[in-house]
Ligand binder design. Structure first.
Ligand code: AKG
Ligand code: FE2
Length: 340
């Protein structure tokens, strides 16, 4: 049997629900992924245990020794710089509001991640899974003309494919971390609902956030299972602990940040944390980042895992499909600028 598919037998009576904490972390753990492709089950179990710890206590962790080549990252970031430097009219020709499935360009203040906010001080470019029939969120991406931006599409797709592959390699580890068979998510992630964004945050002018309602991206949780985030050296990402304190997710060269989203919180009845986070770019220079949000296939039901519900406990969330959930959250986020 392929050791990756080996079934892990949970300890008798093991209840993940008993592990739920409201811990007030002060630091975001760094996890070494050198053993991610190991066929040694003990090493993978060890990695999964570290992931479980981070998911239960923080909802965020850094990954070092990740598999994405630095040249692929550099190519995508160069593409982002070139794209956001285009004239506004060329970018608005790709306006996300013209797309049926949330693909394309979001102008400054076009998104409002926190409903209390007045628009987010970033611009973005979104692409996703192109295969038709993968649900209403899938469909063709929109791209600038190659003559306007030679090489853009190839560089962005090279990064997208590498990040999707990385994401696919994480699902078996999350399954192990949840004491499930490593292949638990295989039939739920056949058409990866993976949305990737290029983000550009101009330096934050002090006057803008007089009332704290216009920042780079307002406090929010992500909607999918997990996010693979590359951030540049500018800093400004913060993560909220259970006491409400904002902890800096300082950029660490050579790492990715992984954070959990609402789909995993729903599978686990909040044993795994979908942690609030926000960005304020006070570095005095441009900030670029690239999140890839990895969800399950559109029709997968977000049903709580039995091990995450204590006897007599009522599940916290109504069961919905993963796709309907993400689609409704995206609609809320962009409603703010629709029709402008
Ligand atoms: O830019 C970042 O560092 C975070 C972006 C983010 O939280 C998001 O797009 O959901
Ligand atoms: Fe986020």
């Amino acid at each position: 049997m392929d050791p990756h598919l080996e079934f892990h037998t949970p300890a008798p009576g093991f209840l993940l629900a008993d592990e739920r904490t409201e811990s007030s972390f002060e630091q975001i753990p760094v996890i070494d992924f050198a053993d991610v492709a190991s066929t040694d089950h003990v090493k993978r179990r060890d990695l999964a245990d570290k992931i479980r710890d981070a998911c239960i206590n923080v909802g965020f962790f850094y990954v070092k020794n990740h598999p994405i080549p630095e040249s692929t990252i550099a190519g995508a970031i160069r593409a982002a710089g070139d794209f956001f430097a285009l004239p506004t009219d060329s970018k608005l020709a790709l306006d996300i509001h013209k797309s049926a499935n949330f693909k394309g360009y979001t102008a400054l203040l076009g998104e409002n991640a926190n409903p209390e906010g007045r628009g987010d001080l970033h611009e973005g470019f979104d692409i996703g899974w192109e295969e038709q029939g993968a649900g209403p969120m899938a469909g063709l991406n929109v791209w600038p003309r190659d003559s306007d931006l030679p090489g853009f599409r190839d560089r962005v797709l090279e990064y997208y494919r590498a990040a999707v592959k990385f994401g696919q390699s994480l699902f078996p580890l999350f399954a192990l971390a949840l004491d499930l068979p490593e292949n638990f998510f295989d039939d739920k992630t056949t058409k990866p609902a993976a949305i990737m964004r290029l983000l550009h945050y101009p330096p934050q002018a002090p006057a803008l956030d007089d009332d704290g309602r216009v920042i780079g991206i307002g406090a929010h949780t992500d909607y999918e299972c997990f996010t693979i985030l590359w951030q540049d050296a500018a800093g400004g990402l913060q993560v909220q602990n259970a006491d409400g304190k904002w902890i800096d997710a300082v950029p660490i060269p050579g790492t990715f940040v992984i954070n959990l989203g609402d789909q995993f919180a729903r599978w686990t009845n909040d044993v795994f944390k979908s942690t609030q986070h926000r960005v304020t770019n006070r570095s005095g220079r441009e900030r670029y980042s690239m999140p890839l949000f990895f969800g399950t296939d559109y029709d997968v039901l977000l049903e709580p895992l039995p091990s995450c519900i204590s006897p007599g406990q009522t599940p916290k969330y109504e069961v919905v499909t993963a796709g309907d959930y993400v689609q409704s959250r995206l609609a809320e986020t962009y409603a703010h600028s629709k029709g402008d």
